[in-house]
Design a protein around this ligand. Structure first.
Ligand SMILES: [Zn+2]
Length: 254
């Protein structure tokens, strides 16, 4: 059995002391690959180091989360860091138009900049999006189909999901889909083409039906896989196999 957590924050200070145990618990239930996205400037360095500490097991995504962008980002410097520490993906980048978030213009500029990096470096992107799917779609469309990647913990409508799938994107399901009341997520998990589904936990940020967010680890991806298998009426093994194949193809993993 092989599961791939395509978006988990093993770079989070919460895992600093527990990382080997967390990874052992994940391996015990079949999670053998992890893609770990940076989120702010400060996290870039330790994220870039993880693949050296866990070669062939942890893969990095390097970029700046929309919650952490600002006008004086020093983008040239970040790009030069990325060139020196080649990641598996760019991210996490994206847009978050929740009311408490940063001004839209700053976020949009940062997203476009990071999509350009992905284009230049020939890398996929991992994208965070909340309440901004229309704007995100337009920006990705403007890139002319050059950019591929994952919409991490997708929370949009089924119609929107299919627009991103047509653009070539993958849809990543997290613990959100495991919640009994998450009707929208269940519908998306039922309707998405199997060859475009990815699994993730976003640990330690998204709760599952059984576990509060702060306690979520990559091993909880099993719940996500089980739920999607149940929704689609196929076996757990098939979900594991197909989603891992998708992750390997998109992120060029061994
Ligand atoms: Zn994340």
């Amino acid at each position: 059995m092989m599961l791939i957590d395509t978006h988990c924050h093993l770079n989070d200070p919460a895992f600093e002391k527990t990382l080997p145990a967390v990874m052992a618990r994940a391996a015990n239930v079949g999670v053998h690959r992890f893609i770990v996205p940076a989120y702010d400037r400060e996290s870039l360095g330790r994220t870039a180091e993880l693949p050296f500490s866990f070669p062939g097991v942890i893969f990095s995504a390097l970029g700046i989360h929309p919650w952490h962008v600002d006008e004086k980002m020093g983008y040239a410097e970040i790009l030069s860091f990325i060139r020196r520490h080649p990641p598996t993906a760019i991210g996490e980048t994206g847009l978050d138009f929740s009311p408490e978030c940063l001004p839209r213009e700053i976020q949009i500029k940062s997203l476009i900049r990071q999509l350009e990096w992905a284009g230049e470096l020939g890398l996929p992107v991992t994208i965070h999006c909340r309440k901004a799917y229309d704007v995100l779609y337009q920006i990705l469309l403007d890139q002319g189909g050059k950019i591929r990647g994952a919409l991490h913990s997708f929370s949009g409508s089924k119609e929107m999901m299919f627009k991103f799938i047509e653009l070539g994107f993958h849809i990543a399901f997290s613990g959100s889909v495991t919640r009994k009341t998450a009707g929208k997520y269940h519908k998306n998990a039922q309707a998405a083409p199997l060859e475009r589904i990815l699994l993730e936990t976003d640990a330690p940020s998204i709760a599952t039906e059984t576990t509060v967010a702060a306690e979520v680890e990559p091993r909880h991806i099993v719940e996500v896989a089980q739920k999607i298998a149940e929704i689609r009426g196929i076996s757990f093994e098939e979900i594991c196999e197909r989603t891992s194949e998708n992750a390997r193809r998109l992120f060029a993993l061994p």
